[in-house]
Design a protein around this ligand. Sequence first.
Ligand SMILES: NC(=O)c1ccc[n+]([C@@H]2O[C@H](COP(=O)([O-])OP(=O)(O)OC[C@H]3O[C@@H](n4cnc5c(N)ncnc54)[C@H](O)[C@@H]3O)[C@@H](O)[C@H]2O)c1
Length: 289
Amino acid sequence: MASSSIPSTIPKTVGVLGGGRMGAGIAHAFLVSGATVTVVERDDDAAAGALERVTSAVGKSVERGTVTETREQLEARLAVSTDYAAFAGCDLVVEAVPEDFDLKVSALTRVEEQLGGTAWLASNTSSLSVSDLADKLARPERFCGLHFFNPVPASTLIEVVLGRQTSEELAALAPAWVKDLGKTPVVVNDAPGFASSRLGVAIALEAMRMVEEGVASAEDIDNAMVLGYKHPTGPLKTTDIVGLDVRLGISEYLASTLGPRFEPPQILRDKVARGELGRKSGKGFYDWS
Ligand SMILES: NC(=O)c1ccc[n+]([C@@H]2O[C@H](COP(=O)([O-])OP(=O)(O)OC[C@H]3O[C@@H](n4cnc5c(N)ncnc54)[C@H](O)[C@@H]3O)[C@@H](O)[C@H]2O)c1
């Protein structure tokens, strides 16, 4: 992983809106790559949680020896705030608030008001239309999707999602940032589910229908993909890790935009209704208790 002494395209000052699971990982990725990072959260409790998540990830990087800087040096470049004004002067802000179009529009427009005309803005949305979000912004050409994967430190993929309005300059710059974060960019023109969610969810929904029809057990279906196709984790275990409620939301969205082939199977709806949300609730397609 890069350190602050290595020249890179990484913007010097980076803001992250929402320091939850993804936002904390994104903040950590830019921090260990040399940026000064400001995380903005919605209230003091959430800010304390965000600080804990980022500093704990920093501590792990130091322990593993994947960074050349000390914990103190890294944490000296990190600030957490509840005030959007803390983004003033940022070169780039990445938004990582929950997956809700209206929430994201309100958050992004508030962030944009704090930024100078040369700053870049990105969303970590995993399924919403980057072009539709851009339509609500004053400078849509300076906006794109940066779809990080979970957990951010262990994942080497970032989808760069280009909206209809994304400028050529940003289309060239964003993949360079991704490479300087030590990750691999996949560039996708804005389309529902981008590349990763669309394909990942398509396979998972088919796997769920196979469980529903009694074709094979969850373990055997997953093993078919792991052993037969070299997937690191099967589609049903991945669904448990992502969260069944999250996958239900994405498949409903894809069904509404791409057609009935993405309609959620009944087994998915039933499990979510019973609170079987996967690893986080202790049960999904597997028992995690
Ligand atoms: N979890 C995943 O596996 C994953 C993977 C890729 C992309 N994403 C996307 O990343 C985004 C965030 O997901 P997450 O899993 O990190 O969610 P999360 O719930 O863990 O984090 C969201 C954070 O945003 C904060 N927040 C909410 N409203 C806010 C506001 N108005 N201002 C500032 N902060 C606010 C919350 O306090 C919370 O800490 C979503 O768009 C999601 O689709 C998630």
